[in-house]
Design a protein around this ligand. Structure first.
Ligand SMILES: *Cc1c(COP(=O)(O)O)cnc(C)c1O
Length: 350
């Protein structure tokens, strides 16, 4: 606390990102990054952009990238909003679309940035318990509210909600925005972007950080009705007109132009996810069915704390949340085959 702080700052409870360790040679399975590099075409595109044009501001609306993403998903560029990572897109959503006086709804076990944005903007929220199987029950999201948000697949559970269930939530909330955070949709799910033309209250966010291996570039986006996008543009242009720099715009565009790289990386994660799940189950772990690039798992006899610190001593980092309902669980990012072997070996000796 300092006398210089705005009073609000005293009460902020900031998000705690997963650790980015400074030591090399760790098996890093704690922040759901891609274990593969980005497409070589992305690197080329960024290198081609390293020139005198850096003295000029980037395109504030990112027209070329928006067009690429719109074409890829079969929507109009006016339905696409770009941000500096989907975290920034989410922040603008909370500010611009979730302040209606009623509490917004999200699951009790979910992405821990949502309560942080609520704290930042003074938005009330109600956390809806997942079922005993850690599933979202659409019926729980049908009462009056100021908006609804959940990831699909959910994080950190990995559980996927079918589009028919999402439609129930959309149908029950015609006057409120329902945000589906699809950070992990490319690992086996079907995107709700296919529903945006039928639901003016649906906003879908995605990121290039996970399935496109560009966490370091910071690019995310939202897709929805132009009226929702317009709200986000108003907020953005009242905050920072240039959230994506020239390198990010060029690299992100190139990522969509290498479909085969993208597909191979996602397929490899899906295959390895199945292998890791089976191996953990053979060791007595309970593993939630996951459609993401991570699994949430617990052992009936070994504590989450013990397992996480035991792995760390072996140079393997996974995420352990000291939170209700999941304090005995580990969230383990699916890595390369050899990283996953190290994980499986490491756990078997604990
Ligand atoms: C990783 C993640 C994000 C944020 O990704 P960015 O890197 O900011 O694009 C958003 N939502 C969920 C659920 C995530 O796991």
């Amino acid at each position: 606390m300092s006398k210089f702080w705005s009073p609000l700052v005293n009460d902020l409870v900031p998000y705690v990102p997963g650790e980015q360790p400074k030591v090399a040679n760790l098996v890093k399975l704690n922040t759901n990054e891609s274990p593969f590099g980005p497409s070589p075409k992305v690197i080329e595109a960024i290198q081609a952009e390293l020139n005198d044009s850096l003295r000029l501001y980037p395109d504030p609306e990112g027209d070329s990238l928006r067009q690429t993403i719109a074409t890829y998903h079969g929507v109009d560029p006016q339905q696409v909003f770009l941000g500096n990572g989907s975290d920034e897109v989410l922040a603008h959503i909370f500010y611009g679309l979730f302040q209606h006086g009623e509490p917004i709804l999200f699951p009790d076990v979910t992405y821990s940035f949502y309560p942080v944005y609520c704290g930042l903007y003074g938005i009330d929220s109600r956390q809806i318990p997942l079922t005993d199987d850690f599933e979202i029950d659409p019926a729980d999201y049908c009462g009056s509210n100021g908006g609804v948000i959940f990831p699909n697949p959910n994080a950190p559970t990995g559980r996927y909600l079918a589009l028919t269930h999402i439609e129930k939530i959309l149908d029950a909330n015609p006057d409120r925005v329902v945000v589906v955070d699809e950070a992990y949709i490319d690992f086996g799910g079907t995107s709700a972007i296919t529903l945006v033309d039928r639901y003016p209250n649906l906003l879908v966010t995605q990121t290039l950080s996970k399935s496109r291996a560009l966490a370091g570039l910071r690019v995310g986006f939202a897709v929805g009705h132009p009226d929702l996008i317009e709200a986000l543009n108003r907020v953005k242009n009242s905050f920072n007109s240039y959230p994506l720099d020239r390198l990010a715009l060029a690299g992100a565009k190139a990522a969509y132009e290498d479909e085969s790289w993208f597909r191979e990386c996602c397929q490899s994660v899906i295959t390895e996810r199945q292998r890791v799940t089976q191996a953990l189950e053979q060791q007595g772990f309970e593993v939630l069915p996951s459609m993401a690039n991570f699994v949430l798992t617990r052992h009936p006899d070994k504590s989450g704390d013990y397992l996480a610190s035991g792995l760390r001593e072996k140079g393997i980092i996974v995420r352990h949340f000291n939170k209700p309902r999941i304090s005995e669980h580990l969230r383990i990012t699916i890595g390369t085959a050899s990283q996953n072997d190290a994980l499986i070996d490491g756990l078997s000796s604990l």
